[in-house]
Write a protein that binds this ligand. Structure first.
Ligand code: ARG
Length: 461
């Protein structure tokens, strides 16, 4: 016999190498408070089903309270022989209330319904914290957008100058993506708000225990409809891993821009000293390490999602031990974002934008060519011809090494009789910006409304 929860039918204890492989306390111990909460709920339904007396329930709950306090203070922790968090805590309870009472708690539950419940509880709590950290980053973007509401910058497609946009419009584009991630967490939480407790190993419980009571005791809205699904499904963990990976990917897109913007060639931003790093050999260096780590960690977050999906692929019902592999990827994703997001937010909040340079570059690279074409359309020229005329202007400028606004009246007329000097009215950045005034556009008035909408979404949390 051995100290495991399942020793009786075995002649001896597990081989050391098996125990070493099987062991999960090094990563599942963080679920201990939730395991104890589950035990309180379970003791209470055992009592309601007449399987514990009033006195036994009181002693059990008092023992669980002492255990919880000892776990919190560190006085109690997993021993080398404990297979997992559940095994360790059963040992802890028995040490506190004795084997007769302590041995009653396991009736009608399995580690399979326990772990599925605890993981949901833990992920829901941690995801709320991550959601708050994402909103802090959105706040930092809002701060920068409102500090630079009217500064223009070169908007890009294919990384080439495309059309002038407001810097605030560009920053808020990142904010919207992050707000959708927070919304995804909220939506995921609603789906994850179902308790597997009471499903037992896979078939449900036979002892007259009420899963709905346990569900509401533990703060879930409902108990699971199907005990097999409840113990075998981990799509809630995979979906969490996806949303966390999506956050990492969205952050990495900001990161890549900051890295480019901080180069000598771009010189769009200066990183704050407290949020950048130096080089051990090159005294002049100031490196965007936070942004680079963010870019790198996005790969790690996607890897966690991919690994978990591979664990789940083709797994037959119901519980299989493979499912123990569900925890490390999601824990790592949560831990990664807990460390990354505050640093990233600090970096974004302290970026110093070089708005003079941004403004100067905004109209360069013929980024107002579309405005010439659209001006011609307003004069009744078909867009196909207008596009050609504007393109011919660009070609002429390129051959002479000048910008569109340097073309003389004669130059314009030589390209097309439709190009009267009045076209110059649209060859300005403020004009180009103001003209994009439909909903969602970069016109200053629209961006002010947008900023209010983002602020409202952050406040709604
Ligand atoms: N430690 C396991 C897990 O994380 C739960 C225990 C289930 N073990 C078992 N042999 N049924 O999935």
């Amino acid at each position: 016999s051995n100290s495991a929860l399942w020793g009786a039918r075995f002649e001896g204890g597990p081989a050391d190498a098996l125990a070493a492989l099987s062991k999960s306390t090094q990563f599942d111990w963080r679920l201990a408070p939730h395991d104890i909460a589950g035990s309180r709920a379970h003791a209470t339904v055992l009592h309601r089903a007449g399987l514990l007396t009033d006195e036994e329930l009181a002693d059990m709950l008092a023992g669980l309270d002492r255990l919880a306090a000892d776990v919190e203070s560190g006085a109690f922790g997993p021993a080398p022989a404990d297979e997992d968090v559940h095994t360790a805590l059963e040992r802890g309870l028995i040490e506190r209330v004795g084997p007769d009472l302590g041995g009653k708690l396991r009736a009608g539950r399995s580690r399979n319904d326990q772990i599925a419940t605890l993981l949901r509880m833990y992920l829901r709590e941690s995801a709320r914290t991550v959601g708050g950290l994402v909103l802090d980053l959105v706040d930092a973007l809002v701060g920068q957008a409102s500090a630079h509401l009217d500064a223009a910058m070169p908007g890009r497609t294919h990384l080439q100058h495309a059309q002038p946009v407001l810097l605030s419009h560009h920053l808020l584009a990142h904010a919207w993506a992050l707000l959708r991630d927070v919304d995804r967490l909220r939506d995921w939480d609603r789906r994850t708000d179902v308790s597997p407790y009471g499903s037992g190993a896979l078939a449900g419980s036979s002892l007259g225990l009420d899963p709905s009571f346990v569900a509401s005791y533990l703060g879930f809205s409902a108990a699971a409809e199907n005990s097999i699904d409840a113990t075998a499904s981990r799509d809630f963990a995979a979906e969490a891993a996806f949303v966390l990976a999506m956050i990492g990917v969205d952050v990495s897109r900001i990161a890549e821009e900051v890295i480019l913007w901080a180069t000598k060639e771009f010189s769009f931003v200066i990183l704050d000293d407290a949020w950048s790093t130096g080089s051990s050999i090159m005294p002049q260096k100031k490196n965007p390490d936070i942004a680079e780590l963010a870019r790198g960690k996005a790969g790690r977050l996607v890897g966690n999602l991919t690994g978990l999906m591979m664990t789940l692929k083709a797994l037959p019902l119901a519980y299989n031990r493979d499912l123990q592999e569900d925890k490390e990827p999601v824990f790592d994703s949560l831990d990664t974002l807990h460390v990354l997001l505050p640093a990233f937010t600090g970096m974004v909040a302290t970026l110093r934008f070089q708005t003079e340079r941004l403004e100067e570059l905004a109209p360069q690279g013929f980024s107002l060519a579309t405005d010439i074409a659209e001006w011609l359309v307003r004069q009744g020229v078909p867009f196909r011809s207008a596009h050609e005329v504007a393109g011919a202007c660009v070609r002429l400028c390129e051959s002479r090494g000048i910008e569109l606004w340097d073309l003389t009246d004669d130059d314009l007329a030589s390209v097309s009789p439709a190009l009267t000097p009045a076209v110059r009215s649209v060859l300005s950045v403020p004009g180009a910006l103001a003209s994009r005034s439909a909903k969602g556009g970069t016109a200053p008035d629209r961006v002010r409304e947008q900023l209010d909408a983002v602020r409202a979404a952050v406040a709604a949390g």
